[in-house]
Design a protein around this ligand. Structure first.
Ligand code: NAP
Length: 241
């Protein structure tokens, strides 16, 4: 079977590795992170919206589209549903479960940037793990705050109120604990990405008793089949023709 996997997370890489010997797999990434070494075709970069993805599906005679993208990569998930409909093929999706607060956690929830800013007003040294978004608001940093911003890669905007840290996970509990202490962090701002690769920061925040401002997940479209365990998705694909 000819499959297009929309990837970008660890589970997608494992899926492509496992299925490459059984199916004809094309693995697609946005290209902002590491370029993986896989035993299948890897394509890098956007398709050019829904129409571009539809054309790609048709030209490559893809029979099944698999959305295995990051839970916050909502645009590509919405494009995937529309393109699958236009190309008249099924869409399957892996929907990674969200993290749940545990005893000792102090989570506060924010739906957008203005709610994050409002929740932050009582803090001095927030640590942002939201990707590039905080860098767009450097001119809004209140004078009583110093921001630590971690993302994959970025040019540092000049501000004496911000420290930029370019790094790629996974991170250990020890690394996260040292980082929080070194920068005297008093609040963590995070996406509810789920999974194990970047979860240690939540454990570190719990251990030193600092609150977490959790940025709500975006709404994702409903696929023809959805899986919340990557192993179940792999098994289902193992046994189709
Ligand atoms: P997005 O808003 O869903 O996608 C923006 C555009 O990037 C898409 O419209 C598409 O371009 C292209 N794109 C995204 N994923 C692709 C894939 N697998 N293959 C080919 N093209 C792809 O996602 P985003 O802007 O990349 O990220 C949104 C949020 O998710 C950020 O907060 C980011 O930190 C987080 N995140 C994303 C990824 C990822 O791999 N995308 C991984 C980790 C975290 P066209 O419309 O031109 O096709």
């Amino acid at each position: 079977m000819r499959l297009l996997i929309l990837g970008g997370i660890g589970e997608a890489l494992k899926l492509a590795h496992t299925l490459a010997s059984i199916h004809t797999v094309i693995y697609s990434i946005a290209g902002k992170g590491r370029i993986p070494n896989l035993p299948c075709q890897v394509r890098i970069g956007g398709f050019g919206g829904v129409d571009g993805l539809t054309t790609f599906l048709r030209e490559n005679q893809v029979q099944l589209l698999i959305d295995c993208t990051h839970p916050y990569a909502a645009q590509i998930s919405h494009n995937a549903l529309q393109a699958a409909r236009q190309a008249d093929i099924p869409l399957w999706a892996y929907r990674r479960p969200a993290w749940q607060p545990m005893v000792g956690d102090d989570w506060r929830f924010a739906a957008d940037w203005s709610e994050i800013q409002f929740a932050l007003r009582e803090f001095q040294r927030p640590f942002f793990t939201l990707g590039l978004e905080p860098l767009r608001h450097v001119t809004d940093i209140p004078s009583h705050q110093h921001w630590l911003v971690r993302c994959l890669a970025a040019e540092s905007p000049i501000s004496s109120h911000m420290t930029l840290l370019c790094a790629t996970g996974p991170f250990t509990l020890e690394q996260e604990s040292i980082l929080l202490r070194k920068h005297r962090i008093d609040v963590l701002v995070a996406k509810n990405s789920g999974g194990g690769a970047v979860e240690a920061k939540l454990t570190a925040a719990r251990k030193i008793a600092i609150p977490v401002i959790m940025f709500d997940r975006p709404r994702l479209p409903v696929a023809d089949r959805e899986f919340t365990e990557s192993g179940s998705l792999t098994n289902a694909l193992f046994f189709i023709g």
